[in-house]
Write a protein that binds this ligand. Structure first.
Ligand SMILES: NC(=O)c1ccc[n+]([C@@H]2O[C@H](COP(=O)([O-])OP(=O)(O)OC[C@H]3O[C@@H](n4cnc5c(N)ncnc54)[C@H](O)[C@@H]3O)[C@@H](O)[C@H]2O)c1
Length: 277
């Protein structure tokens, strides 16, 4: 039995946890004795990965854009597995495009629907369940693109600014509720989301397990904000507070302006196809 079992074992729901950061986070938390409820738009993948995880983990299909389905999912989890201690709103997509005019408008809308409205759906329905018992944590996965603009990711960045603002606001609204709200702002993490992108000499790419370790630590401590790696956080904050002309120059000088605008031809096709389905 791991250290976290017994009184400290939590029931944790993670959306979009069939792969990537969500799966890595579920893996770490399950290994520490928590019960994981994994959901993904790809139901089969979520079930397969939950089965591999063991420790009572269960996988389900859920499209986070469907508010009623999200509500039903959380209610089903509570009736089958008991009170939800933590909801991690992790599902997200990042369609890359040289500029917003070239993006299919349906994909622009889909980005906001999944990344922002999906997070809002989950947060609102989780608060409804958690507030009466004055206990629970909502962890929303934003991005460093939620504190500074990113060329090639305008809609994504808009959605993540939304997640940061929404999470910071509900934390204020529910200050005395006993609930905890955590806003996670990762830098680049080596998942399908980074396929074919360019690198910058000053931005290091984390492995999913490294990012997941930070999220797991915030779940166990209740920390309100997490951003990794620190160097990328500092650079993003700096660019966001500099006058725009200097910020753009700094972005060019550090080559971070090209991460999502110089895509290796063909290298991102699988990812872009997957998220457009
Ligand atoms: N990888 C990065 O560099 C990075 C950086 C900052 C933030 N993030 C954020 O981390 C989160 C996870 O990203 P990732 O890199 O692991 O991506 P990923 O593509 O590996 O995993 C995302 C998962 O979300 C699922 N999903 C997509 N649409 C969904 C929907 N409508 N309903 C339910 N599930 C859905 C996908 O099927 C997939 O399994 C996202 O919110 C992303 O924006 C990632």
């Amino acid at each position: 039995m791991s250290q976290s079992q017994g009184n400290t074992s939590k029931t944790i729901v993670i959306t979009g946890s069939g792969r990537g950061i969500g799966l890595a986070t579920a893996t770490i938390l399950a290994s520490r004795g928590h019960r994981l409820i994994m959901s993904d738009i790809d139901a089969e993948l979520a079930s397969q990965e939950a089965e591999k995880l063991g420790n009572g983990a269960a996988g389900f299909g859920l499209d986070v854009t469907d508010r009623d389905a999200f509500k039903e999912h959380l209610e089903m989890v509570e009736s089958e597995f008991g009170p939800i201690d933590v909801l991690v709103n992790n599902a997200g997509i990042a369609p890359a495009c040289p500029n917003i005019l070239e993006q299919d408008p349906a994909m622009t809308d889909r980005t906001i629907e999944i990344n922002l409205k999906g997070v809002m759906n989950g947060t609102i329905e989780a608060i409804r369940l958690m507030a009466p018992r004055r206990r629970g944590q909502v962890v929303n996965i934003a991005s460093l693109a939620g504190i500074t603009g990113v060329a090639g990711l305008a809609a994504y960045s808009a959605s993540k600014f939304g997640v940061v603002g929404f999470t910071e606001s509900v934390r204020m609204e529910f200050e005395d509720s006993g609930l905890k709200f955590t806003c996670v702002m990762p830098g680049p993490v080596a998942t399908g989301m980074m396929d074919g992108t360019s690198s910058s000499p000053v931005v290091s790419m984390l492995q999913p397990a490294e990012m997941a370790a930070g999220i797991a630590a915030a779940i166990e401590s209740g920390k309100p904000r997490v951003s990794l790696p620190l160097s990328s956080y500092v650079l993003s904050r700096l660019i966001s507070i500099l006058p725009p002309a200097f910020g753009i120059k700094l972005g060019k000088w550090t080559k971070i302006d090209r991460i999502y605008t110089r895509i290796t031809p063909g290298a991102r096709d699988d990812y872009e196809q997957r998220i457009s389905r």
